[in-house]
Design a protein around this ligand. Sequence first.
Ligand code: AMP
Ligand code: MG
Length: 356
Amino acid sequence: MKTKIVTIGKADSPERISEKLVEAGRIIRQGGLVAFPTETVYGLGGDALNPASSRKIYAAKGRPGDNPLIVHIADIEHLQQLVCEIPVKAQKLAEAFWPGPLTMIYQKSALVPYQTTGGLDTVAVRMPVHSIARRFIQEAGGYVAAPSANLSGKPSPTSAKYVIQDMDGRIDMILSADGAEIGLESTIVDVTGEVPVILRPGYITQQMVSAVAGQTDMDVTIYDNSSTEAPRAPGMKYRHYAPRGELVIVEGELQDVVCYINEQAALHAARKERTGVIGTQETVAQYHASSVKNAGSRRDAGAVARQLYTILREFDDEDVAYIYSESFAGAFEDEGFGQAVMNRLLKAAGHKVVQV
Ligand code: AMP
Ligand code: MG
């Protein structure tokens, strides 16, 4: 399949932007797939109400069939069609955080095909704030199923370059525009029970959710890797966000961490193995390795979130075989969002953590 790559930029007139979005929307309504930017990461969109479109999304990503898709809407009125009921707490959360990086899980209506929900009776819904994403969803008919636009298992794409790398030849169109300012996937909250439960941490933190909806729990599998329970967001059980190189997180006093990583990098260099380091503004000058990346200040969860997936992808581009990252546990000023960053880093590392 030939993939059309369409860039929307400052040079485009409003009419030209409209034309491009109308064309993208038409592809979705005709059962095709279009990748598009949002404020979190790029999404791989298809018509959420068309079972054949959802099947195509799974095929394009190589995604396991039991890992449900998130339905994106641009208009709050459209939520009613997708769900059986809108619980009061969910209504409050929508008022507080939509449009934005929050996904909510509801009991699904008969309109939503099981192909979109991975066979579940619940449906995940999000209303993004990104203006191109919203206009695209409207042109597409209002209901766009969209997981992240990466091949299954790889880090979510935060730029069109990495969407093209994974999806060129597999989908009809890629919309390229500024976006992914947050850099991590949305927070997922299950609102089907009395107490909301966070199934995937993100920019909207547990504290922010509980300030609006009262007591809010966190799925135990997010913070306890030894838990024998299955994650309630099916996707969280899969290998995820992972670079090709073997990633290890190093935890301890910062100077000890730097020393350990440099020692490992020297050992690898002696064996002619390429090593990557995820360092920070505070430490980056002290590392000696094949490729040293600066993820931003150790205190700034937002900066590290924006950088993380790009860095992991760059290591793949550079054929790095071993990757060491400083741990950020306890380092970030924004502990809530920091938890989301550490969650993704731990998953990317398959929970390999070395204490020094
Ligand atoms: P992605 O869009 O790639 O971030 O994947 C969507 C995430 O939402 C996956 O982790 C899914 O498991 C989760 N998800 C989607 N629908 C549901 C649902 N009905 N119940 C629980 N988790 C869901
Ligand atoms: Mg994903």
